[in-house]
Design a protein around this ligand. Structure first.
Ligand SMILES: Nc1ncnc2c1ncn2[C@@H]1O[C@H](COP(=O)(O)OP(=O)(O)OP(=O)(O)O)[C@@H](O)[C@H]1O
Length: 577
């Protein structure tokens, strides 16, 4: 559904934003005066494509977009509404990675922008299409242990890489408490630059995290840090694809305010078709297949032919039967040196229960899940953490991996992308929770290597069933995992998490990058299509209520981690039902 939203802007925020605006514009004037920015044209167009088709480079192929006719003028605020792979192609076109034919006449695609470094002065930060390649699995659980020296790069150092010794990693001086030298870099900026830095950091809610190792930042904090770094780099055009993904409800309006008020970089947002369109967006590009429709927001939103998908209606279901306890946490706490992350968490999860785990960015949701999966070293030292009826230390990690199905951003990044590994191979690894294909039919060998013929047969059949139920297109099981779009890869990892009917299913930000039809289909499969049954418990983590497949009427329970103070992050769970 396409909805225009009204953002509420507090007076104090408006003042900060106004200050930010004036700082940015005076810095730009200075840069122009110093000759660093050279304007080559006085054209009002930022982007100009009179009429053209767009192709992938390489072998002759059909156009990916036909009859594109698009101009963007200074002062307009644009968003691109599209499925993840279409958005990716569109942004890649703007980065010069797709062929525009005929190429826009001189002075080219960006007539109103200066050419500072290259012909394409745009940069892209994408949260929808962040592909990792490479066949190796990397250990994402490293983050939960003591941070190693080589991982000690802090957010502040990341922002000012000149403080890192290129030959020896981080110089000794930077490891001293206080990180004096890095702090000096900020102190030595011009007053205007320093004020800009501080105001951006404040706006992005990152002030308390500047001197924390990057590896220790939560997902939402990391995403905000990537956007901060991109803005600080001052490209002339910043393409931000699904920037609200993974951000909590407080962070979203702050980020949108910041983006709205930037003069440089100019921002083009990428949104999913069912996302809320910020009220300050003035123009939309709507992509469907090879068609690109551009115009004012009102015009595009009013165009019925664009087929804004109807809201899926949900049929009533019988809430599942509640059974045995699968996880029992009593007074569970996690601390890193002097940082208390979780404190006295009490939570019991039973078969048949459906939970929504809520909490602001950095409140400890991923940390809590890492205790349940046994990935967190502090899972061994809790006084009372029982999983599947046994104390955590008395249950081997491989066994836990076969009893718990997980999809999470960390798992998504870490899963190996081996050439030749097919979708059904990836799904088959879910039975034993491994990352490599094993067993005669690629359905694993069982933890104790004792699968009977019947077990194997059940596994093969179950894999077919899950792939068939969730596949976005026919023949999906035979496609190579590495070649899939991000949303498609995520759906494969969801199939992997569900295939073995594990007693506990953990779904952490599972929908990002997926199309609306894939999300609706998967939600339906989970809620009413037999994707999970009464013997399984499910925990969903998302900042968007509408992304949870179940509602209170279906017996959904909620647990919220409350952040008392941003720097100390003390939480207390609150079972709402
Ligand atoms: N090794 C570490 N050392 C210090 N602090 C850490 C470490 N690992 C995580 N943290 C901190 O723990 C807090 C909780 O992180 P966690 O990833 O669990 O948050 P989250 O609730 O999942 O957030 P998000 O919604 O952004 O995903 C964060 O503030 C993070 O900076």
């Amino acid at each position: 559904m396409l909805i225009a939203a009204t953002a509420s802007v507090s007076i104090s925020r408006a003042v900060t934003v106004a200050r930010l605006m004036s700082l940015l514009s005076s810095l730009r004037t200075q840069a122009r005066a110093s000759g660093r920015i050279r304007l080559i044209s006085t054209s009002p167009h930022i982007i100009n494509i009179p009429t053209a088709d767009v192709y992938r480079f390489g072998a002759a192929s059909d156009p990916i977009f036909r009859h594109v006719s698009w101009t963007v003028n200074e002062g307009e605020h644009w968003a691109v509404l599209a499925a993840a792979n279409e958005k990716d192609d569109f942004f890649q076109m703007l980065l010069g990675h797709r062929r525009i034919s005929p190429h826009p006449p001189p002075p080219g695609l960006y007539p109103g922008l200066s050419k500072v470094e290259s012909e394409f002065p745009a940069s892209l930060v994408s949260f929808a299409n962040r592909r990792r390649s490479g066949g190796a699995f990397y250990d994402y659980t490293a983050r939960y242990g003591a941070v190693q020296d080589q991982d000690r790069i802090t957010l502040r150092q990341h922002m000012f890489p000149e403080t890192i010794d290129p030959y020896g990693g981080i110089p000794e001086i930077l490891r001293a408490p206080g990180w004096e030298k890095t702090v000096d870099v900020v102190a030595n900026l011009s007053p205007q630059k320093r004020a800009l830095f501080e105001s951006l950091v404040q706006q992005m809610g990152l002030a308390a995290f500047l001197d924390i190792p990057l590896i220790a930042l939560s997902n939402g904090q990391t995403r905000r840090a990537r956007i901060l770094k991109a803005i600080w780099g001052q490209p002339q055009l910043l393409l931000l694809d699904e920037p609200l993904t993974g951000l909590d409800v407080d962070a979203r309006p702050k980020l949108l305010d910041t983006l709205h008020n930037l003069r440089t970089p100019r921002v083009i947002l990428g949104l999913r078709k069912h996302d809320v369109v910020p009220d300050w967006i003035t123009h939309l590009a709507f992509l469907r297949g090879t068609t690109v429709k551009t115009g004012s927001k009102e015009e595009i939103l009013a165009d019925g032919s664009l087929g804004a998908a109807a809201q899926a209606t949900s049929t009533p279901i019988t809430p599942p039967r509640i059974g045995e306890m699968v996880a029992d946490l009593q007074n569970v706490s996690v601390k890193y040196e002097d940082r208390q992350i979780l404190k006295n968490i009490n939570w019991q999860i039973r078969q048949g229960e459906r939970w929504h785990l809520q909490g602001a960015n950095g409140s400890g949701k991923t940390t809590l899940l890492a205790l349940l999966t046994g990935d967190h070293p502090q899972s061994y030292t809790q006084k009372h953490l029982r999983l599947f009826g046994r104390p955590r230390p008395r249950i081997a990690t491989p066994q836990l991996q076969s009893l718990i199905g997980v999809v999470s951003p960390e798992m998504f990044d870490a899963f190996p992308r081996r050439a030749g590994m097919l979708v059904r191979d990836v799904v088959g690894t879910g039975f034993d929770g491994t990352f490599v294909t094993r067993g005669k039919h690629g359905v694993g060998t069982g933890i104790m290597q004792n699968l009977s013929e019947q077990d194997v047969e059940w596994r093969v059949q179950r894999r077919e069933e899950v792939v068939f139920a969730l596949q976005p297109s026919a023949g999906f099981g035979e496609r190579e995992f590495v070649d899939l779009g991000v949303g498609e890869q995520r759906i494969v990892l969801l199939m992997r998490a569900l295939v073995g009917r594990p007693q506990l299913v953990l779904l952490d930000e599972v929908w990002s990058g997926m199309d609306e039809s894939m999300v609706d289909n998967a939600k339906r499969y989970l809620r009413e299509g037999g994707g999970v049954n009464d013997e399984q418990a499910v925990v969903v983590i998302t900042h968007w209520e509408q992304e949870v497949p179940w509602s209170a009427a279906d017996g959904l329970k909620r647990i919220r981690l409350d952040q008392r103070a941003p720097e100390t992050t003390v939480q207390k769970p609150e079972a709402l039902q």
